[in-house]
Write a protein that binds this ligand. Structure first.
Ligand SMILES: Cc1cc2nc3c(=O)[nH]c(=O)nc-3n(C[C@H](O)[C@H](O)[C@H](O)COP(=O)(O)OP(=O)(O)OC[C@H]3O[C@@H](n4cnc5c(N)ncnc54)[C@H](O)[C@@H]3O)c2cc1C
Length: 412
């Protein structure tokens, strides 16, 4: 059987679904091909099942950040809000400019997108993995299970390889490569980090709020973050740690945790506090120096890294040099980073299709007219907080609209 459509969308994630609804509302015949039985798997898992679907603060994008800004200047938060509004999804702002559906359930957004697709009579084909797209004189042909779909335009919205258990795959890259597009090597973004065992020994399960600096072995900073670090048996996790993953250099590096500046920003105040504690708890063991400031296991790890002998010593035995090395470890507790937990554990992919080969107002390929790409398959990744779904929706809407007035998309 041969089907004929105006737009074939490969991938029923956030970006592909938004594109299909936009194109359908503008009068196109649309078909969405999704390799999984159901659409929107990553969206459903997003924001711990609550779907943090956009962020109204300053854009925080990497990869081709300029391309992301340009896309958002054509269809930003207002357009995505308009689309959600038109689908009946009420959005509510929360802290740090994060935006969620009022129900607090990502299924609300996924259901609304599915209904939006139905309302424009777009075809949705589950369990339909597209492996090859062929160029024909008046468009493209997609083949699956012997069935052919002829389309004037084709959108690759396959996402990236992060989180394969939720559909992450490189198949979008393969399709785009077959048309001559360049793919920037994918690597994990928003991913926990692994460290050597010594760095986290005995600390698994501890959470601590601190400033973190990813640095080269000589201490030269590469990237800085702030937030809650969670120690695990393999290394460290937490949003601020995950946001460091995309900056990991090829060679060795360290993560320095500043455990104390939020309580004692001034060197002198910290030194005074440590000296006072030595006076007050002098008969106790050296751990008493930090107990009550840090959790006992972390106090122990800090003293160990500072080279303080812990057996058979009393706190009063520590000289001023020992106190000052404790102070310096408190500001720079070092973890030897060995890598990330890999694409399996990453929420987002850094790298992807080179954005310089696409138009940021329509998402059309500059190499192959009629071919489009949107969402995470492109070389754009954002911080936690709604930036990735925002880019997926925005770029999808632009791809579906293909240069037509967006009023027809957000006001059905
Ligand atoms: C656990 C988790 C939590 C997250 N939380 C957030 C969050 O709170 N906020 C945020 O902004 N972002 C979050 N993200 C990231 C966000 O979900 C993604 O960036 C976003 O879903 C990307 O949308 P997309 O449509 O480009 O790709 P995807 O959502 O990955 O959709 C691509 C679809 O294409 C299908 N597909 C792939 N290849 C083919 C093929 N050859 N043929 C047919 N179908 C194919 C896949 O099955 C998939 O359904 C999270 C991600 C994860 C994994």
């Amino acid at each position: 059987m041969e089907r004929r459509v105006d737009l074939a969308v490969i991938g029923g994630g956030a970006s592909g679904m938004a594109a299909a609804i936009a194109a359908g509302r503008l009068g196109d015949r649309v078909a969405v091909f999704e390799s999984a039985p159901r659409p929107c798997r990553k969206l459903l898992a997003s924001g711990n099942g609550r779907c943090n679907l956009m962020n109204t603060g300053n854009p925080r994008y990497f990869g081709d950040a300029a391309f992301a800004s340009s896309v958002l200047s054509h269809a930003g938060c207002d357009t995505v809000r308009g689309l959600m509004d038109s689908l009946g999804v009420l959005l509510v702002p929360e802290e740090d400019d994060r935006v969620y559906p009022a129900t607090g359930q990502s299924s609300t957004v996924a259901d609304a997108l599915k209904n939006g697709l139905k309302s424009v009579s777009a075809g949705f084909f589950p369990n339909a993995e597209i492996r090859r797209v062929s160029r024909v004189p008046d468009g493209f042909t997609l083949v699956r299970d012997g069935e052919k779909c002829h389309t004037a335009r084709v959108l690759v919205a396959c996402g990236g390889p992060a989180s394969p258990r939720l559909g992450g795959t490189e198949s979008g890259y393969d399709i785009l490569r077959s048309f001559g597009h360049r793919i920037i090597d994918p690597r994990p973004a928003l991913c926990p980090l692994t460290t050597d065992r010594k760095s986290v020994s005995g600390l698994s399960g501890i959470r601590v709020r601190c400033a973190v600096t990813l640095a080269d072995p000589s201490g030269r900073p590469i990237h800085r973050e702030q937030g809650e670090v969670l120690f695990t048996d393999y290394g460290v996790s937490g949003i601020c740690v995950m946001q460091c993953a995309r900056f990991l250099p090829e060679g060795p590096c360290v993560l320095e945790l500043d455990l104390i500046s939020r309580f004692f920003p001034e060197e002198e105040a910290l030194s005074r506090e440590l000296h006072a504690r030595r006076e007050r708890f002098g008969d106790a063991s050296p751990e008493a120096l930090l107990n009550g400031i840090l959790l006992p296991k972390l106090s122990y790890a800090v003293l160990k890294q500072a080279g303080i002998p812990l057996r058979g010593e009393r706190l009063s035995d520590l000289d001023d040099r020992a106190l000052s090395s404790v102070a310096s470890v408190l500001r720079r507790y070092r973890l030897n980073v060995t890598g990330t937990r890999g694409l399996d554990a990453a929420q987002v992919t850094a790298g992807g299709a080179d954005c310089r080969e696409f138009c940021p107002s329509t998402m059309e390929s500059l190499l192959v007219p009629g071919l489009y790409a949107s969402g995470e398959v492109l070389d754009v990744d954002g911080d936690c907080g709604g930036f990735n779904l925002l880019f997926a929706f925005s770029s999808g809407i632009l791809a579906g609209a293909n240069g037509r007035d967006l009023k027809g998309v957000v006001i059905p």
